[in-house]
Design a protein around this ligand. Sequence first.
Ligand SMILES: Cc1cc2nc3c(=O)[nH]c(=O)nc-3n(C[C@H](O)[C@H](O)[C@H](O)COP(=O)(O)OP(=O)(O)OC[C@H]3O[C@@H](n4cnc5c(N)ncnc54)[C@H](O)[C@@H]3O)c2cc1C
Length: 428
Amino acid sequence: MSEMVGTTPSGEPLDVLIVGGGPVGASAAALLQVATKDARRPLRVAVLELNRPPAITPGAGLDSRVSALSRASERILTAIGAWPLIPPSRIQPYERMRVWHETVQPRSADVLEFDAAYAGEPNLGYIVENRLIQTAALTAFESAGGTVIAGALSRLRVHDHHVELETSAGTLACRLVVGADGARSAVRESIGLAAESSSYGQIAIVANVRTELPHERTAWQRFLRTGTLAFLPLADGCSSVIWSADDAAAESLLALSQSDFEQELLRQSDAVLGAPKLATERLSFPLHKLTATRFTAHRCALIGDAAHVVHPLAGQGVNLGLLDAAALCELICAALRKREDPGAQSILRRYERWRKSELEPIALAIDGFNRYLAHGVGPLSRMAQRGLALVNRSDEVKRFFITRALGLAGELPRVARQPSPAPLPPLS
Ligand SMILES: Cc1cc2nc3c(=O)[nH]c(=O)nc-3n(C[C@H](O)[C@H](O)[C@H](O)COP(=O)(O)OP(=O)(O)OC[C@H]3O[C@@H](n4cnc5c(N)ncnc54)[C@H](O)[C@@H]3O)c2cc1C
C-alpha cells in the first residue's frame, strides 16, 4: 500500500470511512464514535464530505429545505448528542396531520385527522431544517473525537482486508466503507452495485410561505389529481410548502409570477390556511425512486439515499436513513464486542436482510399512496380516496398509522426503541 492519508500512524487503515456527511452519514459516524469513544480501543472513524454547509447564523431566516423527523429519529439524534445542538427556537413540533383528497371539503368529517393525543404522545414529530440536522450530527461526531475530511470520492478499490479510496483529499484506506453519499452515490457506482431507478414524472416545488391563518401545529396534506400539496408548520409561524406536481404542471407553476403562484397555491390548497405569501424563493426537485438491488458488497455498505430513495409525500427519507445508520452501527458494535472485524461479511449480510425487509413494504405503500391517492381516476383510486374517510372513523386503524408515522413500527434498532435520552451500550 502506498503512503496514505486517513490511516493510523502505524499505517493501518481506518476502521470505518463514511463517504457523505449528509444527515444520514454524519449520524452514522457519530453513532459509531459515541458508542466506542470510551472503549479501550475507540473505533477510528472518519467522514469524507465534499460540501460541508456553513453553520446557520443565529437569527437567520429559516431555510426552505426541511424534514419531518419522527420520534425514532429524535431518539437517534438525542443518543449521539446532536438533538440538543439544534436551537429549540428553530424546531417546530407538530401535533396533528390533516390529510384530504381534493374531492372533499378541507374541514369536513371526511378529512383524515391524526392527532398525537390518540397515541398518548406529545406530538407526531418535528419539522427541522436539513442543514441543522446535518451540522448538529457532524458537530456531535467531531466532539466525540471523529474526523471530517473535506474531499470527494472519485474511485475505490476493494481488497480482501481493506478498501482503498481515491479522493480529492488523497488516498484513504479503511476496513469498511459506508456509502452515505446520496442518490447519485459514487460508492454504489464504484463497487458496481446495481439500482432500480425510475422517474416519478413529477417535480417537487419547495418554498416557505407566510399564511393568513395560523398553522395550528398541524401538517396539512391535500391529494390532488396532479400530485400532492403539503404545508408543514415551521417554528417562525410560516409553513413549508412541498408541492409535488406532474412535470408539465410543475413547469407551469415555476414559470408563474410570485403573485400568480400565490393565487394558485390558495386555490389548490382550498384556502385551508388562507392567503399565502412567499417568504423564500421557490426551489425545485425532480422526483425519482431508487432501490439498490444489494445494500452491501465485500467491505462496503450503503445507507440512506445511496441505498433507497422514496417519494417525499410521506416525509420518510431521512427517517429511514437514520434507521439504516442505527441498524448498521448496532451490528458493528455487537461484532466489536466479540472482537470481530467491523467489515465482516456476516455483519453486512445481517444489515442487508434487516433493512431490506423493513424498507420494501414501506416503499410499496408510499408508491401506492402516490399512485392511487395523488393521481388515479379509476376504481382503485376512488376506493383509496374513500378509504381516507374510513380510516378516520377507526381509532385502531389510526393508531396503526400513527405508530408508523412516529417511526416506531417494525424491527427497530435498540437506540430508536428507548424513550429519549437513549444511552448507547458501553463497549469494553
Ligand atoms: C422535496 C423533498 C422533501 C423531503 N422531505 C422529507 C421529510 O419531510 N422527511 C424526511 O425524512 N425526508 C425527506 N426528504 C428526503 C430527504 O431529503 C433525503 O432522504 C435525505 O436528504 C437523505 O439523506 P442522506 O444523508 O442519505 O443523503 P444526502 O442528503 O443526499 O447527503 C449526501 C451527502 O454526501 C455528500 N457527497 C455526495 N457525493 C459525494 C462524494 N463523491 N464524495 C464525498 N461526499 C459526497 C453530499 O455533499 C451530501 O452532503 C425529502 C426530499 C425531498 C426532495
